[in-house]
Ligand binder design. Structure first.
Ligand SMILES: Cc1cc2nc3c(=O)[nH]c(=O)nc-3n(C[C@H](O)[C@H](O)[C@H](O)COP(=O)(O)OP(=O)(O)OC[C@H]3O[C@@H](n4cnc5c(N)ncnc54)[C@H](O)[C@@H]3O)c2cc1C
Length: 262
């Protein structure tokens, strides 16, 4: 089988994949290297925002989401170029410090320890949060921009003696009409999803993002050549990446998966 060598293959084009692709391409550019050797493989289709639908139409949902039916559980995952950024609600919060300070106290699991590596804390991540917020054009809305339902919720909380504040959003307020169909893709292009920022920026630097190209399918498009990367990043989401690693173990055994064999 003919093979195509690339430097880097990134599996998945959601937040993990698209941002990695862009930052890596920047580093290539700074080093005078050719970023066209970075390839993003995305199993889903590429949508323009005008192709999304404000509807629970099952065909559309089946296009943008992938439903995994387990035994007694169903998992819904994103399935398009840009991953979950097409479907999420764009609430852009920084994890609180407590998240990173959690300790593992399970009996029989060795000495009690901090679950995150020492170098990772809210403080050490703050500069990276700030970079991602700039890239995704995150803004905290004014109270005037908060929807009626949001304002009603805030008033209820306040009357019950609680505090509440506006959540920073990766949304262009000028385009948002408060239609409340964020979860099927924004037809107004108001969501600052990855198809409006990191992915086109990465592509401008030379990265190729291949839609409907599922790893571990061995080919980039249809009957194209088998891809042989020097390194591979698995950014296939919380569900897809472990699944991908498990598949890799199996394919390593049978030694057929060229994408991951490098
Ligand atoms: C309805 C909804 C609302 C949400 N709202 C918010 C919110 O307001 N704020 C917030 O912070 N988070 C929100 N989230 C969660 C957020 O979207 C996810 O945490 C985020 O998308 C995870 O990014 P990721 O890169 O890890 O994975 P994803 O964005 O899921 O990207 C993974 C990509 O990998 C692709 N892929 C998987 N397997 C393969 C394969 N084998 N080969 C090729 N490609 C593959 C998938 O198609 C997908 O495009 C929401 C999620 C949903 C579903």
């Amino acid at each position: 089988m003919a093979s195509e060598r690339v430097d880097v293959c990134i599996v998945g084009s959601g937040f993990g994949g698209a941002i990695t692709a862009y930052r890596l391409a920047e580093l290539y550019r700074a080093a005078g290297a050719d970023a066209s050797s970075i390839l993003v493989l995305e199993r889903g289709k590429r949508f323009k925002h005008t192709e999304f639908k404000q509807s629970m139409d099952i065909d559309h949902l089946s296009d943008v989401y992938l439903l995994i039916q387990g035994q007694g559980a169903q998992v819904v995952t994103a399935n398009a170029v840009g991953g979950g950024s097409n479907l999420y609600l764009a609430a852009s919060l920084r994890s609180p410090s407590e998240t990173f300070e959690r300790r593992d106290r399970r009996t029989g699991d060795g000495p009690e320890r901090r679950m995150w590596p020492a170098a990772i804390s809210r403080r050490s991540l703050n500069p990276y949060y700030a970079r991602a917020e700039a890239g995704l054009r995150v803004r905290r809305p004014t109270w005037r921009q908060v929807s009626n339902s949001g304002a009603l919720w805030a008033a209820h909380l306040r009357s019950a003696g609680h505090t509440c504040d506006r959540v920073p959003l990766a949304i262009n307020e000028q385009r948002c009409v408060d239609a409340k169909w964020c979860h099927t893709g924004c037809i107004f292009g108001a969501k600052n999803s990855l198809i409006t920022n990191y992915l086109p920026s990465a592509e401008r630097l030379g990265v190729t993002a291949s839609a409907t190209a599922s790893c571990p399918s061995h080919r980039r498009r249809g009957s194209g050549p088998c891809i042989r990367p020097r390194s591979c990043y698995r950014s296939a989401g919380a569900w897809g990446s472990p699944h991908r690693c498990r598949a890799l173990r199996t394919t390593r055994r049978s030694d057929t998966d060229a994408t991951d064999s490098a």
